[in-house]
Design a protein around this ligand. Structure first.
Ligand code: FCB
Length: 474
């Protein structure tokens, strides 16, 4: 499909809807030990034989540490409102505590100022997985001390950049850090213990809540929140065992994080399932975790189907799958958003990541990635469906600006709307990049024309604003 053949979704998006594009530090920066950067758990994990599917590492990645200005020009050319990026903790504080690295802080200052100069709002993530290795040596996220080091790190970054960023996310996808990093061990730090993973999840949530409190006490003007990876979980059949399994999986993936964030404590069915592996929780921890959110972010890629009998084969229902083997299921995004709206007293919500890996090739100086165009258009429409039904969605951010280091899959999986040739570091626009640029441009034009957003029944949809009053603590 050519980009301009793709119809726009009906127009439910309010004028102040935030369109963005995302990356993370470890996946693009390279400069693995440039200018005094410390080692992260992902630097170490990449050296473990067999850990990265294609044997690659992120020592250079997109060399964004040196090419950041050129990359911000790409962001500016897209015409998006927001750029979601992350700070590498070991780049700014090499051992995770103690001395700060001025050159690391200078880098992010240049980056943030570069966004502002280009009219792009900085959305900063503090923890997109690259914990300083020195803290892992002391026990990492399994150790309660790391919670306090994180709060200290958050305050230090805020002191330097907090006056210029629009939003600060504490953690990206705590489920991934806890479960893939500490239970299945397929991500850094590569541990395999369910009890450790459960403790890690608690410490991540606790550090999030304490960081929010500390940042507010420090007078933060940036909006503060957290980003979860969420999927609707469907039973493979109507059988009782499949439905029970689906409920448990939803508990582990979603309710385990959402319930405590919204002041409900940990869900008792999941707690019972964990048995002796449930985390140690101190008095006051749950109140801290429930610190009011200015926003909640979610990353959506696919649905999850579970069967009590064993692993579900993605695509077995006939859905297309991406190069990651993830099913293309836009309706899942609508259903997920509606479910969140039904079950929780939501603050303003962002889709902070959405996108797809396909096998792209540069042909005649461009990349025809019609599948990615179709994926993005369908998911934006799905988000619009939820918005039109009252979900307080305020923004949508594409994963990713650039092809980059896709964690344990290495450099082989390409999510970018801009192609990166790793041998030459040449950036090449894909059709999806041009499509997203034009789409955002058309949204802008509607804004300027003062066109009212319209819901599915043709009625004007009330525009949720970012300044929705904070939920009072419960
Ligand atoms: C998410 C991560 C992001 C990227 C996408 C594909 O889980 O947050 O860094 O790797 O998946």
């Amino acid at each position: 499909m050519k980009p301009d053949d793709t119809p726009d979704p009906p127009h439910p998006f309010p004028p102040d809807f935030v369109w963005g594009v995302a990356t993370s530090a470890f996946q693009i920066e390279g400069g693995a030990d440039a200018d005094g950067k410390g080692t992260s758990i992902w630097d170490r994990f990449c050296r473990r034989p067999g850990a990265i599917a294609d044997g690659s590492d992120a020592r250079v990645a997109c060399d964004h540490y040196h090419r950041w200005a050129e990359d911000l020009d790409l962001v500016a050319a897209l015409g998006v409102d927001a750029y979601r990026f992350s700070v590498s903790w070991p780049r700014v504080r090499p051992l995770g505590r103690g001395a700060w690295n001025p050159k690391g802080l200078d880098f992010y200052e240049r980056l943030v100022d570069g966004m502002l100069e280009r009219g792009v709002r900085p959305y900063l993530t503090l923890n997109h997985w690259d914990l300083p290795d020195a803290l892992q040596a002391e026990g990492g996220w399994a150790q309660r001390g790391t919670v306090h080091h994180f709060v200290d790190y958050a305050l230090g970054v805020h002191a330097r950049l907090g006056d210029r960023v629009a939003a600060i996310t504490t953690h990206n996808e705590p489920w991934v850090i806890a479960t893939l990093g500490h239970d299945s061990g397929v991500f850094a730090p590569g541990l395999r213990s369910r009890a450790t993973a459960a403790q890690v999840s608690h410490h991540l949530l606790l550090s999030h809540g304490l960081a929010l409190q500390a940042l507010r006490a420090a007078g933060s003007r940036a909006k503060l929140g957290i980003v979860l990876n969420l999927s609707p979980v469907y039973p493979a059949s109507d059988s009782e065992p499949d439905r029970t399994q689906a409920r448990l999986e939803d508990g582990l993936l979603a309710r385990w994080y959402l319930d405590p964030l919204f002041g409900r404590g940990y869900p008792i069915d999941v707690w019972a399932h964990l048995g002796a592996d449930a985390p140690r929780v101190h008095d006051g921890d749950l109140a801290a975790i429930a610190a009011p959110l200015d926003f909640l972010g979610l990353n959506y890629y696919s649905r999850k189907v579970v069967s009590a009998a064993g692993a579900w084969q993605p695509g077995s229902d006939g859905l297309a799958v991406t190069d990651m083997g993830w099913e293309v299921f836009p309706r899942g995004l609508t259903e997920l958003l509606l479910r969140l709206h039904r079950d929780y007293p939501l603050p303003p919500l962002y889709v902070m990541e959405n996108g797809a890996a396909f096998r792209d090739a540069v042909v005649d100086g461009t990349v025809h990635d019609g599948e990615r165009v179709a994926y993005l258009a369908a998911h934006i429409a799905a988000a619009g469906d939820a918005l039109a039904q009252g979900v307080p969605l305020v923004g949508y951010t594409v994963w990713s600006l650039l092809d980059n280091f896709e964690w344990a899959s290495g450099l082989a999986k390409r999510f970018g709307i801009v192609h990166v040739d790793y041998a030459t570091q040449r950036r090449t626009w894909k059709d999806s990049g041009r499509w997203y640029r034009d789409f955002v441009h058309r949204q802008r034009a509607l804004r300027h024309a003062g066109v009212q957003p319209v819901g599915p029944r043709g009625d004007a949809t009330p525009a949720p604003t970012f300044d929705t009053p904070r939920r009072t603590s419960s």
